[in-house]
Design a protein around this ligand. Structure first.
Ligand code: FE2
Length: 215
């Protein structure tokens, strides 16, 4: 379980702006669902497995979890991307679950998604560098063409809503300029049935004593 700061949480001298570090955290990840009993309980609910099965994942395996804070006033943007860039399987199977824990609006940095973009295929990978697999790199390093964001829809949704993210769906969120945080919890699931490969150069790997678990 690692903690990531909001980029804008720091003064010029490198000190945190707020005396309360919990107001400076951008996200907590990426194995909450296997290391924290409460997150484990919600992440392995039978309903989630059922949704995965209904959407074609035969042997779903939760590989990543994130608690996202999108802090008031300093909550950073998330640039347009496809989740299959970061959580890659051959063939692609990644499915994202994203629960709004607060009401999401255009003011507090709701998600945006581009209708139909899931049909364009994943155009890039974020992976470990070739052996010895230390450090990470985008391949290709520069995205050939920026995503066409024409027609992107703001997903203004009430707290408690679930957003399901196809591996190739182009999505993003803007900065939170409002006076309230916009919390969300997210897990990403891949299919681990025979014939589907989770490559060893994916940036997200587990040590031998903490294997990914089937749901
Ligand atoms: Fe994403």
């Amino acid at each position: 379980i690692s903690f990531f700061w909001e980029e804008k949480a720091f003064e010029k001298d490198g000190k945190l702006m707020s005396k309360d570090p919990s107001l400076c955290i951008n996200k907590v990840g990426h194995a909450l669902h296997d290391l924290d009993p409460l997150f484990q309980q919600v992440s392995y609910e039978e309903n989630i497995k059922t949704i995965c099965n209904q959407l074609g994942l035969e042997k779903p395996q939760a590989v990543q979890s994130m608690y996202i804070f999108k802090q008031a006033e300093i909550g950073g943007e998330v640039t347009p991307h496809q989740d299959g860039t970061f959580l890659y399987t051959r063939p692609q199977t990644c499915l994202g679950f994203w629960w709004a824990l607060d009401d999401c609006t255009t003011d507090n940095g709701c998600l945006y998604a581009v209708p139909g973009s899931h049909k364009i295929g994943v155009n890039r990978r974020f992976k470990r560098k070739s052996p010895p697999m230390i450090g990470t790199v985008f391949e290709p390093p520069i995205q050939k063409e920026p995503f066409d964001l024409t027609g992107a829809l703001s997903l203004e949704i009430p707290a408690g809503s679930l957003v399901l993210l196809h591996h190739a769906l182009v999505h993003y969120s803007c900065e939170n300029t409002s006076s309230a945080a916009r919390h969300a919890y997210s897990i990403h699931v891949v299919d681990s049935k025979e014939g589907i490969e989770y490559p060893e150069d994916n940036w997200l790997q587990r040590p031998g004593d903490l294997k990914f678990k089937t749901m």
